[in-house]
Design a protein around this ligand. Structure first.
Ligand code: IMP
Length: 195
């Protein structure tokens, strides 16, 4: 029987991405599946801190094995901003478009456009805590390209590729993305434990 593992998210894009990697061996359930609809605090000032905070919150409610992720887009010319504040870069209730527009404005015509996405994953398994990390380097495009994906996908183009994340096949994005890489580390760890 597959081992039940809670993914602390209600983001359907993320859930789909993660299930593609873990579904064969694990029964991945989301907050929706558990009927948890409270706002989970994310008040730490690092990605790792936020991921741990979210995992601990759900673990304390359910006692189930669970993992949570937190992602930031770190832009070199902006000294690592928006980073841990990526989701609310343009304000508390900012849309993906608001955030991308603010980023494109902040960079303007700047030719230095290096950026990386970084994901931290916190896992609570049998009451022990573990952290995993994944990142991908790329550039911020001058304008939005593509309509797939979510978040900053239309303005992020990974190095050695000529498409933005929003123009890519989901499976290609998954194979090189920050979250894909972090989830693969998580999967290797879990599969090893499960043997
Ligand atoms: P979160 O911490 O994973 O919720 O992500 C923080 C911010 O980064 C949000 O604005 C997300 O939309 C954005 N983000 C997270 N993952 C991705 C991704 O794979 N592509 C584009 N944007 C992302």
């Amino acid at each position: 029987m597959k081992q039940k593992l809670v993914f602390v998210t209600n983001n359907s894009h993320k859930l789909r991405e993660v299930k593609e990697i873990l579904d064969e061996k694990f029964d991945i359930v989301s907050l929706n599946d558990l009927g948890i609809d409270e706002e989970i605090p994310e008040t730490a000032d690092t990605l790792e801190g936020n991921a741990l905070q979210k995992a601990r919150f759900v673990h304390s409610r359910t006692q189930l094995n669970c993992f949570a992720d937190d992602t930031g887009l770190e832009v070199e010319a902006l000294e690592g901003a928006p980073g841990v504040y990526s989701a609310r870069y343009a304000g508390e209730n900012a849309s993906f478009d608001d955030n991308m527009n603010k980023l494109l404005d902040a960079l303007g015509e700047n030719s230095k456009r290096k950026a990386s996405f970084r994901t931290a994953i916190a896992l609570i398994l049998d009451d022990a805590e573990y952290l995993f990390e994944g990142s991908v380097e790329g550039i911020i495009l001058n304008e939005k390209h593509g309509i797939d994906g979510f978040g900053y996908d239309p303005v992020f183009q990974p190095i050695e590729h000529n498409q933005s994340f929003a123009e890519m096949e989901a499976s290609l994005k998954n194979s090189i993305s920050h979250r894909g890489r972090a989830v693969k580390k998580l999967a290797l760890f879990l599969l090893d434990k499960n043997e």
